[in-house]
Every structure is written in C-alpha cells, then in structure tokens.
Write a protein that binds this ligand. Structure first.
Ligand SMILES: Cc1cc2nc3c(=O)[nH]c(=O)nc-3n(C[C@H](O)[C@H](O)[C@H](O)COP(=O)(O)OP(=O)(O)OC[C@H]3O[C@@H](n4cnc5c(N)ncnc54)[C@H](O)[C@@H]3O)c2cc1C
Ligand code: SF4
Length: 320
C-alpha cells in the first residue's frame, strides 16, 4: 500500500468538495471492503492522493418509511439490511447472500452498488505483474473478448464485458428502486438499471450515493432472490435472479424479473415480464418465460454454460 492523505468527512458537501478539489485523485471509502484490496493490489494505473472516509458522515445509516417509499441510507450495512423486517424479501435475501458475515458487517449498500468489477484482467495486481491495460482502464482492447471469458457477460456487453458484481443491485432493480445521488449541483434520482454504464457508473467525479428508495407499491408481491455460485459460501454469482410477482387469484398481474451477473448492469427481462402477465403460473409457463428471458443471450467463447444456469434460475424464481 502506498502513502495517501486521509480525511474523515463530516458532511456530504465536504466529501463532494474534496472530490472536486482533487479532480479524480480522491476516492471515497465506506466499508473499505472493495476499496482497500484495490489500493493494496494496485491494479489500476495511478494512485489516489486522498482517501475520503464517508463513514463519519452522520445520518446516512437508516431504514425508514416515508410516504409509501422505503428509504435506505447509503451507509446502511449489508448485515443490517439482511435482518431488517422492513426489507424482508429479495433485497434482504440478496444482502444475506453477499460474501461472509465479516464482510457484511463492514460493507455498506452504497459501496455494494458502487463496487468495481471483478474481471481478472482488470484486477491483475502489481505483485504478479499488473496492472494490465484494457478498454475499461482507458486504453487497449477488451482482453476478455479473445481471452478467458468464463465469467463475463452473455447479454448486453458492448465494449467492456465485465458483469455488474452487486447482488443488491439485482434485487433493487426488481423492486423498481431508485438511487439517490448528491453533488454540488444538487440531488438527482436514477433507476438502478440506468446507474450502470458500459465502462462504470453514472456518478460524476464530485458526486456520491446517499440513499436508495424502494416504492412500496410492490408490497404483497411474491419475491424471490436466487443465486448460483461455484463456491459455497463466499462467492460472487455466476448468475442470479430477483423476481417480484404480483398475483390475483393465482393469475399474474405484474412481474419484474431481473437477472444478475450476466450483463454490465442488472438485466431486466422485459419480454418475459410481458409474457407472464395474465398467466396462471405453472411449470410450463415458467419454463417458457425463462426461455424468453434469455432469448437475446450472446455468449462469448467460454461462457455458454451461463445461459442454461440463468434459465434454470429464472424458471425456479417464477415457479417455486
Ligand atoms: C471475499 C469477498 C466476497 C464478496 N462477495 C460478494 C458477493 O457475493 N456479492 C456482492 O454483491 N459483493 C461481494 N463482494 C463485494 C462486497 O459486497 C463489496 O466489497 C462491498 O459491498 C462494498 O461496500 P463497502 O462499503 O465496503 O465499499 P467500499 O470498499 O468502501 O467502496 C467501494 C467503492 O464504492 C465507492 N463508494 C462507496 N460508497 C459510496 C457512496 N456512498 N457513493 C459513491 N461511491 C461510493 C468507493 O469509492 C469504492 O470505489 C465481496 C467482496 C469480497 C472481498
Ligand atoms: S471485460 Fe472490461 S474490465 Fe475486463 S478486460 Fe474487458 S474491458 Fe477490461
């Protein structure tokens, strides 16, 4: 680890100002479970001059209901989210599926949404010869296209094929949640799926995530979060699915199906959602919906296996 300056921010404004002042050379630290390994591994070119601790900003660790919207502060720990009765359902299950108890006790929801991708070319550390150049780092091609792409995107990859690694993002997208972003120009809300861009996220260099908002309209809907990993426990998803299905006398009136770890952002299976509307859900309908959900999949040379895993998860999430 190299030397850097460290400041404990007291307000959101202070954190934004520092980020602006250091022009991309200041990074935010919440739980530190993603940032610190990144600083240790030195897998990015350039090193931050300033680490701004945001854990010291008061009043960003909460869950509360406000006008039929559930609001979760960016500093809420995943372990608290996992056991919060207000967040029971796919978000609680997604948070519980992340890493280990120790990591969930430190990791925050804001950090989980903003964590960096896990592509092994991207995370090639200095002590074994890194960092390596690639498209996401600003120069060179995407090495996964011709290289080892077992765990990369099968849907929606354009330039960078690394998948969004966040479990919570998948559940939040299925819950139709919004991410609240604050910066010098004020406050703005973004739907979770729009937060992720082909090479990162929609945050400007002087902004931070302060809250997540979940509408309560889907209260009473049947929720599921399923995750397939190679290692149990403590592993990122090969694929995951969050489903939120509203039924009236056994007939689906509304469905939100989001697939994780298959695309650069949580992938909303809109055609499968449409297909489910008006159907009495049985095994046959769930199988058909899963086929529809993965119709657009375009696997790379080594990851066609993810298509079948994702289909099975979608089917199980709908019919279980
Ligand atoms: C062994 C291991 C296993 C893991 N398994 C999983 C898994 O199965 N599923 C999963 O989803 N994740 C997994 N993770 C990742 C883990 O969930 C993240 O490291 C964690 O959620 C990040 O939260 P944090 O508060 O520690 O973020 P930090 O490490 O503090 O920050 C992460 C990044 O987000 C930025 N950031 C943090 N907070 C904000 C904010 N409020 N606004 C703007 N930017 C912000 C930081 O600048 C940094 O770039 C795993 C991590 C490890 C080490
Ligand atoms: S998938 Fe993305 S992060 Fe990985 S090598 Fe390609 S451009 Fe870089």
């Amino acid at each position: 680890m190299r030397l850097f300056q460290h400041i404990s921010a007291r307000t959101v404004e202070e954190a934004c100002t520092l980020r602006a002042k250091y022009k991309g050379k200041a990074v935010l630290n919440a739980g530190g479970t993603d940032l610190l390994p990144k600083l240790k591994g030195e897998y990015l070119f350039g090193y931050p001059e300033m680490v701004v601790d945001i854990k010291t900003i008061p009043n960003l660790d909460y869950t509360r209901e406000d006008n039929r919207v559930l609001k979760v502060g960016a500093l809420r720990k995943l372990s608290d989210i996992a056991k919060d009765p207000l967040l029971k359902g796919c978000l609680g299950d997604a948070a519980r599926s992340v890493a280990s108890p120790q990591i969930r006790n430190a990791a925050t929801i804001g950090g989980n949404l903003c964590q960096d991708v896990r592509c092994w070319y991207y995370r090639y550390p200095r002590h074994i010869g890194g960092p390596i150049r690639c498209l996401r780092k600003g120069s060179g091609p995407c090495l996964a296209v011709t290289g080892d792409n077992r765990y990369h995107a099968i849907l929606g990859g354009k330039r960078c094929f690394a998948v969004c690694p966040s479990d919570c993002a998948v559940a939040l997208a299925a819950l139709d949640a919004q991410i609240v972003i604050e910066g010098p120009e004020g406050r703005r809300n973004l739907p979770v799926a729009d937060f992720y861009t082909s090479l990162g996220n929609a945050l400007k260099p002087d902004e931070l995530v302060t809250e997540v908002q979940i509408p309560k309209d889907l209260e009473g809907a049947r929720q599921n979060y399923l995750k397939f990993t190679l290692r149990k426990p403590i592993d990122f998803a090969i694929a995951s699915v969050a489903s939120v299905i509203t039924l009236n006398k056994g007939v689906c009136t509304k469905a939100r199906i989001v697939i994780g770890a298959v695309a650069p952002a949580p992938f909303q299976a809109t055609e499968a959602q449409e297909f489910l509307k008006g159907q009495s859900i049985d095994e046959h309908i769930a199988t058909k919906a899963a086929e529809i959900a993965l119709t657009g999949a375009r696997p790379l040379s080594q990851n066609a296996f993810k298509v079948e895993i994702a289909k099975t998860l979608v089917k199980r999430a709908i019919y279980s």
